[in-house]
Design a protein around this ligand. Sequence first.
Ligand SMILES: O=c1ccn([C@@H]2O[C@H](COP(=O)(O)O)[C@@H](O)[C@H]2O)c(=O)[nH]1
Length: 465
Amino acid sequence: MDDLGSLVVKLFDIEAFKFGSFKLKSGIQSPIYIDLRVIISYPDILRSIAVHMNDIIQRANVACDSICGVPYTALPIASIICADYKRPMLIRRKEKKDYGTKKLIEGKFQPNDRCLIIEDIVTSGSSVAETAESLRAEGLQVTDAIVFFDREQNGENNLKEKNIRLLRVLTITEVLRYLVKYSRITEEISKTVQMFIRENQTQLPSSKPEIVETKHLSMSIRERFQMILKEKKTNLCLSADLPSLDEIIELSKQIGPNICMLKIHCDILNDFSMEKILQLKEISRKFNFLLLEDRKFADIGNTVKSQYTKGLFQISQWADLVTVHILPGEGIVEALEQAAQSINEPRGCLLIAQMSSKGALTDNEDYVKGAVQCAKKYSNFVIGFISQSRLTTDNQFLHCTPGIHLNNTGDQLGQQYVTPRQAIDGRGADILIVGRAILDSINRVKTAEEYQEEGYRVYEQLRHV
Ligand SMILES: O=c1ccn([C@@H]2O[C@H](COP(=O)(O)O)[C@@H](O)[C@H]2O)c(=O)[nH]1
């Protein structure tokens, strides 16, 4: 067995390579899972990886003044290489410190120093590209990166576009070949993985300034919503009730073409930052869907104004639409409309007229009437309702209905579901708000496509759009 083959087999034996069916962060099922974090518990393997990487660096004649490891798994590898190769090490923090020096790059360097990036695995190349961007922003030169393992999902080309040459010790093809050769996996498993890799090629978001669609700025939010429905042929709103904004960002890139709106609850996110939410907003512009913050405002106007514009979330900066309870009276809508006037993009809201949960106290005729009256009075800002029935024949108002599931009638905490057809036909919905039916499915993208197709087919039939 050659040296590399023996290393691959050892990595398989310590379960750094796993084969089966694994749900990735993006929701995709993968037949392979690679977790090189385990190598820190095996010093011989760790050193062997570093030695192989060092060999490649020497053979490729990389000229570098310092080496930057990408956290976390590549850091111990980078430390060994720095010690062997006698180069100073830099680290790019995952998050900028919000205290002290606020530095993103730790370690000593001079302007124009040439820096080599070290990473354990490359998929799309996004971590390497982000690291290069931060280093270049500090005046360092980055032309090369080395990884131990290349998943061959287009990372090499993606990095080439960023003027980074990718050096690697092993590709997934080589790993599969060794594992079949040394009887760790069957030929059939190897083929399944190769097919998965072929079908899951990646691309990095362009760093070139995109031609930003500005048509929407001259339209009201109502006009824009109507245009999205027609152009994209979808009345699906994904309720992305996930704890991680990173995950929502990834998911929205995949599901973006299928939805007219993405609804979030910013207060359940454990990684909220303005930087990330603005990234999501950019994706919403690219894929042409609206961003709805389901904040369910329910206080006096003055307080709600602050909740909308201030604090950690600064909702008015990024949410095209927000949800509003009408319980405190119309002052709440007036306050939001006033606050939205200082934003130079169209904004609007949906009034919560009825709720999908069992025993909701909104099931009251006067309450619903009050909501409709308020919507008509503030029709520039109120573009529709969260509802469970058709509340008005005035078709300028969109009826958005949550509590949708094709195979379930409810949850243990009072949520009640109807099917897309029941919601549109029986309850007069224009927009279907779907959460767990998609989020908990095995293939989120495929399920979203199903809800989009079914929802828009029924909507077209009944509303004659
Ligand atoms: O009456 C209402 C108002 C809002 N919601 C919200 O919609 C989603 C539904 O999620 P599922 O997973 O599809 O049940 C969720 O964010 C609720 O806060 C609602 O369900 N009913």
